[in-house]
Design a protein around this ligand. Structure first.
Ligand SMILES: NC(=O)c1ccc[n+]([C@@H]2O[C@H](COP(=O)([O-])OP(=O)(O)OC[C@H]3O[C@@H](n4cnc5c(N)ncnc54)[C@H](OP(=O)(O)O)[C@@H]3O)[C@@H](O)[C@H]2O)c1
Length: 295
């Protein structure tokens, strides 16, 4: 392993994710300094070869690359405050969740103190850290990303530079993550209907997986319609979904399942019908999402 691959690193935050990141750096042979607000959490990492910094200032000063994975951007700003004077010339990479405004504020703060900044996100669970397929993406200066790409790949083999803006990872995080709760709610609704009939939710899973694969297969078509504002290709119209949702609500009532979470979807489809999108692809809903209804 070359010296470049063994860049000294500091990991700030030793929760579930930070601990996994520090373990991966140690396993790859990087001199690794760790810091956590609750110092006792560093003990297993110190036993594995990490150096525990006495305070955040010492932690930041220890390495050219500082990877922070506290809960939020505001927690990170708060924790890094006492290290303001030693940030200059170092690279700060954040991997916490948060919104684009938080990432921009973080970047401005770090750059004002002479640091270089990459806003990142890790798109997997701690157990996946260090695996070849684990996805991490980053926004910020390309040259800076290139400089540290091989070091960051220790955390996951699938690293991506999204572009020069430091808030891009947070933006993608929100945009991609938006599917999660609605998709899970749909699964729970189906499970409530199935189990109300004495059938196990597990019996539904193979068909739900097929369904999700179908959704996966049409995403490029949906994206193409959105990018070209041409809502004619999918062959599944707003009107079709409008009728379908009414049927689903009747089925839910029949099965004794609470479908009140459908109401805003119903309202959105109604607005789309009223606006004349009935014959257009369901993708046309994006036109309404871009023009929020008055409160
Ligand atoms: N776990 C996952 O599956 C996962 C996956 C992808 C992304 N993430 C993201 O990674 C980040 C960390 O997640 P996690 O699972 O490691 O969380 P966690 O286990 O709850 O750990 C949170 C960490 O943040 C520290 N912290 C919180 N507030 C702080 C403050 N004001 N000052 C100093 N330290 C503070 C905690 O320190 P103490 O130990 O002193 O409390 C701890 O080190 C989050 O943004 C999360 O969304 C997590």
């Amino acid at each position: 392993m070359s010296d470049i691959e063994r860049t000294p690193v500091t990991v700030l935050g030793l929760g579930s994710m930070g601990r996994a990141l520090a373990e991966a750096f140690l396993a790859a042979g990087h001199p690794t300094t760790v810091w956590n607000r609750t110092p006792g959490k560093a003990a297993p990492l110190v036993a594995a070869g990490a150096t525990q910094a006495a305070d955040i200032e010492q932690a930041v000063a220890a390495s050219p690359l500082v990877v922070s994975v506290l809960t939020t951007f505001s927690a990170t700003l708060q924790a890094l405050g006492p290290a303001s004077d030693v940030l200059s010339g170092r690279t700060l990479v954040t991997l916490n969740s948060g919104n684009p405004a938080g990432a921009r504020a973080m970047a401005d703060w770090a750059v004002a103190r002479g640091a270089r900044f990459l806003g990142g996100a890790i798109k997997d669970v701690p157990a996946a850290v260090g695996k070849p397929g684990t996805l991490l993406y980053f926004g910020g200066d390309r040259a800076l990303y290139d400089e540290y790409e091989s070091t960051l790949q220790v955390l996951g083999g699938h690293t991506v530079h999204l572009g020069p803006e430091p808030d891009l990872a947070a933006l993608y995080e929100s945009a991609v993550g938006a599917t999660l709760l609605p998709a899970l709610l749909g699964f729970f609704e189906g499970a409530a209907m199935i189990t109300a009939r004495g059938i196990k939710a597990a019996d539904m899973v193979p068909y739900s997986v097929k369904w999700l694969q179908m959704i996966e297969s049409i995403l490029p078509v949906l994206a193409d319609e959105i990018d070209n504002a041409d809502y004619t290709r999918l062959g599944s119209s707003v009107g079709l979904f409008y009728e379908g949702l009414a049927n689903e609500m009747a089925n839910g009532a029949d099965a004794g399942v609470d479908l009140s979470w459908h109401r805003p979807m119903n309202e959105l489809l109604q607005r789309a019908m009223d606006a004349g999108y009935g014959q257009q692809s369901i993708t046309a809903l994006i036109e309404l999402l871009r023009t929020p209804a008055p409160a």
